[in-house]
Ligand binder design. Sequence first.
Ligand code: FES
Ligand code: FES
Length: 163
Amino acid sequence: MDVLLTINGQEHRLSVDVRMTLLDVLRESLGLTGTKKGCDQGQCGACTVLVGGTRVLSCFVLAATVDEEVTTIEGLSGEADPLHPMQQAFWDCDAFQCGYCTPGQIMSAIGCVQEGHAGSADEIREYMSGNLCRCAAYPKIVEAIQHAASEMSAEAKRQTGGV
Ligand code: FES
Ligand code: FES
């Protein structure tokens, strides 16, 4: 079937098999391989993207059902743009080892902050528990999210004129 997907601000008209997941369309049809396939069963979080600003497991979503804008790791910054505060914080806090889980961790971390679930280290750990990292970079990931949370809320205030 034909679908129209808006991904990172760009519209894509595609013909997809109705059984194709959003993850496979991103990676196989559009070459957006920043989103990783870990378990392909909804258990590891490596495939996390934002749909309509909400974090979702893209291996669990059929592409044909998506009708809101999708944001992947590739959409967080461009050549001319600075890194997203969460990307910068992961860099500053050295919050990755092999890096395979990192795109999913970053997308999920943005969702975690936007949902208001970054109030404490314990809360962050709880709301990031769906994202697995086999290298155990967790302490630095929590630290990065705490750093980015304050920067993201300052940025949100700037955008709304301090309201
Ligand atoms: S690849 Fe989607 S949760 Fe693991
Ligand atoms: S940094 Fe290697 S799996 Fe997370």
